[in-house]
Structures are given as structure tokens and as C-alpha cells.
Write a protein of this length. Structure first.
Length: 186
């Protein structure tokens, strides 16, 4: 009889750890996004509209390259409207990315970006970006998704090219699992 209590207790502890790990896995993406937005780490430029009122440096040009990738299990077409553009530091620039849902069902997508070189992310400011929120697409739906950005005039002279890479992911299943987990908790 005394052996059953410790076994039940261990099973309960292990089940609790598994549930906590599952919940932590879902919480990691939003927590990482907040961390990167605050620190500029991981290619996530700090978005600050005050930086957009800076003086335009007409003596320099920065080439911005746009790269689009489709994540595993995301059945989508995704490409930049411009492969590259030249911008003056401090200038507000506009472009867009094209996305099409190739699924026969609606999906929820999330785009994650990275800036290279890493130092360039500290000077790359976005005010409007489809990456800020998840995007819902109906079956076969396509759209142009805007991107408005500037590069700070404080960018070092040695950085002449900045690459902005986006990967679009299908988050439909993860959102369903998260909603289910939240409903079970309530």
C-alpha cells in the first residue's frame, strides 16, 4: 500500500511537467517576439515612429534586399514586390509582399523576419508591416501586404546593403491547439 502513493505522486508530477512544457512551448513565440521587439535582437528592428522624423541623408544610399521564404507545411505563394531598392538613410520607403493561399481551406499565417547584417537591425525601423499580426487567408485568397520602413541616418558608413528576409508560416493548426488548450483551462 505504501508504494502506490509515491508512484501516483510521481505520475502526477511528471504529467504536470509535461503539461507545463506544452504550455511553455506555445508561450515561447510571443515571448520571443516581445523580447526581440524590445531589444532589436534576432533581426527584429525596434519600431519607433520618432525615428521616422529624422533628417534624410541624401549623401548616402543603402541597398535593401528583400527575400521571401515559405515555411515548412505552409502551402502558399510568397514573394516581394521589389527584390531590392535603394533608400537614403532617414527616408520613408514603401514596398509590399505578395501572398497567396494555395490551400483549399482558409489558413492563418504569421510572417517572421530577420535583418542581415545583424548590426543593421538596430537601424532598421518599420512602422507598418504585415509581420506585426497574423494574417487570415481564405482558400485561394491573394493579397499585397504593405511594408513601410526607414533606415536610421545613424547607420554606420560600412553598412551599404541590408537584407530583409521574411519567412511565412501556416499557424492554423497551432492556433487551434492553443484555443483548445485555453478552453480546457477555462
Amino acid at each position: 500500500m505504501t508504494q502506490k502513493k509515491p508512484i501516483h505522486r510521481q505520475v502526477g508530477i511528471l504529467a504536470g511537467i509535461a503539461i507545463a512544457m506544452f504550455g511553455f512551448g506555445f508561450a515561447m513565440v510571443p515571448l520571443y517576439d516581445v523580447f526581440c521587439q524590445v531589444t532589436g535582437f534576432g533581426g527584429r528592428g525596434i519600431t519607433n515612429e520618432a525615428n521616422l522624423n529624422e533628417t534624410v541623408d541624401m549623401d548616402r544610399e543603402i541597398t535593401v534586399e528583400f527575400i521571401a521564404n515559405v515555411g515548412r507545411h505552409a502551402y502558399m505563394e510568397f514573394r516581394p514586390a521589389d527584390v531590392r531598392m535603394k533608400v537614403h538613410p532617414g527616408e520613408i520607403a514603401k514596398t509590399s509582399f505578395f501572398a497567396r493561399n494555395l490551400n483549399k481551406e482558409g489558413i492563418v499565417s504569421q510572417s517572421v523576419y530577420n535583418v542581415a547584417p545583424a548590426e543593421g537591425s538596430l537601424y532598421f525601423n518599420k512602422t507598418e508591416c504585415f509581420c506585426f499580426t497574423q494574417q487570415e487567408f481564405q482558400a485561394g485568397e491573394e493579397r499585397e501586404m504593405p511594408l513601410i520602413f526607414s533606415i536610421s541616418p545613424d547607420i554606420p558608413d560600412g553598412i551599404r546593403t541590408v537584407s530583409l528576409s521574411y519567412t511565412i508560416y501556416d499557424r492554423t493548426e497551432q492556433n487551434k491547439q492553443l484555443a483548445l488548450a485555453n478552453n480546457q483551462r477555462d
